[in-house]
Design a protein around this ligand. Structure first.
Ligand code: ZN
Length: 600
């Protein structure tokens, strides 16, 4: 047994001494201000290249882009950590405001640089990319250029951006405002409680079915009461987007999200195809869960209901050792990296008040380190979260040799390394479960996850694509939105759903996010993509780690199709690829079904 004690709080002093009052941080921000000014000036002086000889100039500006951005992100990440570790840190709130204002200034200049560069004439462009200075960046530079070409002329895009503030983003902000203001009263443990939407949603995991049902019904009623407001916001958002798409000459509403995720329509179709033709085992699981809860069919508010209790507890030291042990079976690099992170105070895990909920991993690009945030209270799911976040940090570690401009991976592959690491640990936990109850709880956890990726997210996708098609013809009424949603849910849950959640379109923030459209399928993509990599790792054993790291290094310099072909030899435009990952999930569900067969 190891005698190491892993610290439960993180070390932020190594970046800036003195917390949010740090003098070093103050100086760093002031230097950042100067850097942004200098960068803005350099971009202002920059002219669209007219000959290949400009390569050196372009490369120098790329270098300045990288340095300025890394400088800002270093302090931004640390300030984010200050806020997470103590939500009452007022100084940190002020610093965050300062930091994001600086970030916005940088972003404006950066976009101008992209635009000027993208206007380079075709022949010069080819020569530039062939030059020694810029070859390394050809993927990302071509992407900038392609994006700029698909848009309207600069002045028109500038008008759209300006009008977006009130005419587009404003609707998303109004949504947040409306939801933040909502309250419902639910009787919990014999007491009437006034709850926010988030708190009422959390009652979905309450063991008492009456509480779950009441919370759900009260929420449905609350959404129904305000449905005209939400319908207005949703129609306006979609209308704005469609207008912009039309002006740019884009016919497909999925064009933007697919490009953003560097993937083809065929790939998306193959993924949903594999899922749609394999729904039966998950529908069986939902039926079994209904039986375990003493019901004929599962209603919406029963999805997260507990059917058994995970009893085993691991303290932080044991949890960390468990993870290192399992990582070690996969490969030496992952294990030694995780050990280094755990020993050197990269993780904030202490269970104490005033911490933000949830977990995250953030990177400090100047120091080339990461920090992980979570609250560890000893459950197996906490262990899985720690493994998940260590996976994110490992992705950054694998990317160290790569230029920072080539590290901007898209959302659909962002969860690859994290899900992968989590899977190693979750699988081991099932294998080593001490009791039937424990095993059931762990398998159920996995099954619930598959249901949310294959059914819940599928319903969102079906709803959103259909809604956008109808919206092209005019405003879609709230009644029709309810209908579309209930239909999408019945279809996505393969008939295994009793009572639907028609106002889900009003309740789900994702439909109102204005930064990224169609914030749904990348989740399912990431989950299944990493599962199939995991399936490969199981086949190939320890020798796979090298290939795995090479794949991670390439996550931001090619399309997803190219990435899978180069490193896995797989064609992800084909349904067969996606079925491999789905099969792993079916295996878990089958194990759950056989474990609970006497109760079915
Ligand atoms: Zn994650």
């Amino acid at each position: 047994m190891s005698t190491t004690t892993y610290p439960v709080t993180w070390d932020l002093e190594i970046f800036f001494r003195g917390g949010s009052e740090s003098e070093e941080l103050r100086a760093h921000l002031e230097e950042g201000e100067k850097k942004v000014l200098a960068y803005t000036e350099a971009v202002g002086d920059f002219r669209t290249p007219e000959a290949a000889g400009a390569a050196e100039k372009v490369a120098a500006l790329i270098e300045q882009t990288k340095n300025t951005s890394a400088h800002l992100r270093e302090s931004g990440a640390v300030i984010g950590c200050f806020l997470a570790q103590d939500t009452t840190d007022k100084k940190a709130h002020l610093l965050q405001g300062e930091s994001s204002a600086l970030g916005a200034k940088f972003q404006t200049a950066f976009m101008m640089f992209q635009q000027k560069l993208s206007e380079t004439d075709e022949k010069v462009w080819e020569e530039l990319l062939a030059s020694g200075e810029l070859e390394e960046f050809s993927f990302i530079l071509n992407e900038w250029r392609k994006k700029a070409a698909a848009k309207l002329p600069e002045e028109q895009e500038a008008i759209i951006t300006a009008l977006s503030v009130d005419g587009y983003h404003g609707w998303g902000e109004l949504y947040d405002l409306l939801v933040g203001d909502m309250q419902v009263t639910v009787k919990v443990d014999g007491e009437e409680k006034v709850l926010s939407v988030g708190q009422a949603n959390n009652l979905g995991t309450h063991p008492d079915p009456a509480v779950r049902k009441e919370a759900f019904e009260k929420l449905e009623a609350a959404w129904a009461e305000k449905e005209e407001f939400f319908a207005k916001a949703l129609n306006s958002l979609a209308g704005f987007r469609l207008q912009v798409y039309e002006k740019r000459g884009w016919d497909e509403v999925l064009q933007e999200p697919l490009e953003y995720n560097r993937m083809k329509q065929e790939t998306l179709d193959a993924m949903w195809g594999a899922i749609s033709s394999n729904k039966q085992p998950f529908a069986e699981y939902l039926k079994r869960k209904a039986a375990l809860l003493g019901k004929e069919q599962l209603d919406w508010y029963d999805f997260s209901a507990p059917v058994s209790e995970s009893t085993s507890k691991l303290d932080y030291q044991e949890g960390a050792e468990f993870i290192l042990n399992q990582f070690g079976k996969f490969g030496p690099e992952l294990e030694s990296f995780a050990r280094m992170a755990l020993e050197n105070g990269w993780v904030e895990a202490e269970d104490r008040p005033n911490k933000r909920p949830g977990g995250f991993c953030t990177g400090m690009p100047l120091s080339e380190e990461s920090r992980i945030f979570m609250t560890y209270s000893g459950s197996m799911s906490n262990v899985a979260t720690l493994a998940h976040e260590l996976g994110h940090a490992f992705h950054s570690y694998a990317l160290r040799p790569v230029h920072q401009l080539n590290r901007q991976y898209a959302m659909n592959v962002a969860e690859t390394a994290s899900t992968f690491a989590e899977m190693i640990v979750a699988d081991a936990a099932v294998k080593e479960a001490q009791s039937r109850e424990e095993k059931m709880a762990l398998l159920e956890d996995k099954a619930q996850r598959s249901v949310s990726f294959f059914m819940n997210i599928h319903a969102r996708f079906l709803f959103e694509t259909r809604f956008y098609e109808e919206r092209k013809k005019g405003v879609v009424s709230s009644d029709r939105l309810n209908e579309l949603m209930a239909e999408a849910q019945r279809e996505a849950y393969a008939g295994a759903l009793g009572e639907t959640h028609p106002h889900f379109w009003a309740s789900k923030l994702h439909f109102y996010i204005t930064d990224v459209p169609f914030y749904n399928f990348p989740y399912t993509f990431g989950y299944l993509f990493s599962l199939s990599i995991y399936a490969k790792a199981l086949e190939e054993g320890k020798s796979f780690e090298e290939k795995y790291m090479a794949l991670l290094r390439d996550t931001a310099v090619m399309t997803t199709e190219e990435l899978a072909m180069k490193h896995l030899g797989e064609d992800i435009t084909k349904q067969e690829f996606w079925e491999k990952g789905v099969r792993l999930c079916i295996r878990d569900v089958e194990e759950f079904l056989s474990l609970t067969s006497d109760e079915g």
